[in-house]
Design a protein around this ligand. Structure first.
Ligand code: ADP
Length: 398
C-alpha cells in the first residue's frame, strides 16, 4: 500500500509518498513560495527535479506534486490509482476531534470552525485537503491532528487560571502541538526499551525550530509545554516562549503596538533571534557563540536552562517515576553539546549522560551511563511515517 502524506503550510506544501510494506520513502518534495512566485523540488527513488514554477495557490502545488509523482523520468508511480490514500497533517480541531479521521464535509466544517485556534495553519490545511480532493477524486483523504496526542491531559494541566467562561466561550485552554512527533518517539522509545507503550513514563523533548516538551505517563500525555498556540513553553527559534503575560501590555503600551504587532513580535522576532540578534537557526547562533558573541552564548544558555527546568517540573509531575528522557528533532537529534548542557547537573535525579555515547548525531540510541536510573535516548522523529501509519489504519478499516 502506498500512502501520500501532505503537510500544507501557509506558503508551502511538503509531501512524501511512503510504501507501507517496507516503510520506504518512494518520493518526497517541497512546494515553496506558494502565492508569491513558486519553487518546486522533488526527489524520488528514480531521480530528482528542482525548478521555479508558478504556484498561484495550493491547487497549483498539488498539480505539480501529481505530475512529478507520475513523471516517466523522475516519478515513481504509473498512475494515481497506486495511491491508496492521502494523509494530511492538520493543526487542530480544538476539542471536537482528536482522533485520526476520514475527511468528510463535516470534518472540514469543524476544521474551518477552529480557524481562530490555528489562524495560520488551519486555512492552509483546508486548502491542501480541497486541492487533493479535486485532483484525486475517489482517493480517501485522512486528517491527522497535531494536537491529538495531548487530548489525554487532565483539566488541571490544560486549564489556565483565567475566568472559566473564556474556556467555555472560546475554548481558551492548553492544547499542545507536535503531538504526532511526541507520539512517534513515545512508541519508538517503548520498543527500544522493550516495554509496551502503556507501560512507559517519559519526558519527550522535541527540540527543533519550534520546541516542546511533553510528560508521558503510561504512554499518554499528561502535560505539555505548548499551550493555546505554539507560542508557549520554551524559548524557540523566533518565538519567545513563556513570559510574564503582563509584558504584552507593558511593551505594547510603551511602543504603541497593536495586538497583531505584539503577536508578530513574540512569534517572529523573539527567541534565539531576538536575544542573540544573530538569527533563528541553532547552527548560526552556535557559530556566533564560538566566535565570541556574548548574546549568542546567553541565548544558548537560556535554551538549555529552560529545557532543564521543564524536565525538572515534569519529573515532579510524574512523581519521579521516569523511564527515560528522549531527545528528538533538528537540535535534539544532532546537537550533542546542547543535550549535555540540558541534563548537566541533574545527576541527583538519577540522570547521567555518557559523554562518549552522546557525541554528535545519534540515531535510536541510549546515551546515558549504564548506572543512570533514568535513561537518556536520542530518537529521530518521523511525523510523516506516523501520519502514513494512521492513514493506512483508517483505509484498511473502510
Ligand atoms: P522544524 O521541523 O521545526 O523546521 P527541525 O526539527 O528541522 O525544525 O530543526 C531545525 C533546527 O535544528 C534548526 O535550528 C537547526 O539549526 C537545528 N539543527 C539542524 N541540524 C543541526 C546540527 N547538526 N547541529 C545543531 N543544530 C542543528
Amino acid at each position: 500500500m502506498k500512502i501520500l502524506v501532505i503537510n500544507a503550510g501557509s506558503s508551502s506544501l511538503k509531501y512524501q509518498l511512503i510504501d507501507m510494506e517496507t516503510e520506504q520513502v518512494l518520493a518526497k518534495g517541497l512546494c515553496e513560495r506558494i502565492g508569491v512566485d513558486g519553487k518546486f523540488s522533488h526527489k524520488s527513488v528514480n531521480g530528482e527535479v528542482s525548478k521555479d514554477v508558478e504556484l498561484k495557490n495550493h491547487a497549483d502545488a498539488v498539480e505539480n506534486v501529481i505530475e512529478a509523482l507520475t513523471d516517466k523520468e523522475y516519478g515513481c508511480v504509473a498512475s494515481l490509482d497506486e495511491i491508496a490514500a492521502v494523509g494530511h497533517r492538520v493543526l487542530t480541531a480544538g476539542e471536537k476531534i482528536y482522533e485520526t479521521v476520514l475527511i468528510t464535509d463535516e470534518v472540514k466544517e469543524i476544521v474551518r470552525e477552529c480557524i481562530p485556534l490555528g489562524p495560520l495553519h488551519n486555512p492552509a490545511n483546508l486548502t491542501g485537503i480541497e486541492a487533493c480532493e479535486k485532483a484525486m477524486p475517489g482517493i480517501p483523504q485522512v486528517a491527522v491532528f497535531d494536537t491529538a496526542f495531548h487530548h489525554t491531559m487532565p483539566e488541571k494541566a490544560y486549564l489556565y487560571g483565567l475566568p472559566y467562561e473564556y474556556y467555555e466561550k472560546y475554548g481558551v485552554r492548553r492544547y499542545g502541538f507536535h503531538g504526532t512527533s511526541h507520539r512517534f518517539v513515545t512508541q519508538r522509545t517503548a520498543k527500544l526499551l522493550g516495554k509496551s507503550v502503556d507501560e512507559v513514563n517519559l519526558i519527550t523533548c522535541h527540540l527543533g525550530n519550534g520546541s516542546s516538551i511533553t510528560a508521558v505517563k503510561n504512554g499518554k500525555c499528561i502535560d505539555t509545554t505548548m499551550g493555546l498556540t505554539p507560542l508557549e513553553g520554551m524559548l524557540m527559534g523566533t518565538r519567545c516562549g513563556a513570559i510574564d503575560p503582563a509584558i504584552v501590555c507593558f511593551i505594547g503600551e510603551k511602543e504603541g503596538l497593536s495586538y497583531a504587532e505584539m503577536d508578530t513580535l513574540m512569534n517572529k522576532k523573539s527567541g534565539l533571534l531576538g536575544v542573540s540578534g544573530v538569527g533563528s537557526d541553532f547552527r548560526d547562533v552556535t557559530k556566533a557563540w564560538r566566535e565570541g558573541n556574548h548574546r549568542a552564548g546567553v541565548a544558548l544558555e537560556m535554551f538549555a536552562y529552560q529545557c532543564k527546568k521543564y524536565i525538572g517540573s515534569y519529573y515532579a509531575a510524574l512523581g519521579g517515576d521516569v523511564d527515560a528522557i528522549v531527545f528528538t528533532a533538528g537540535i535534539g537529534e544532532n546537537d550533542g553539546r546542547m543535550r549535555a548542557s540540558i541534563v548537566e547537573g541533574l545527576e541527583g535525579l538519577g540522570i547521567k549522560m555518557d559523554a562518549e555515547l552522546n557525541a554528535g548525531k545519534c540515531v535510536d540510541k541510549v546515551v546515558s551511563t549504564a548506572d543512570s536510573k533514568i535513561k537518556i535516548l536520542v530518537v529521530p522523529t518521523n511525523e510523516e511515517l506516523m501520519i502514513a501509519k494512521d492513514t493506512a489504519e483508517i483505509v484498511e478499516n473502510l
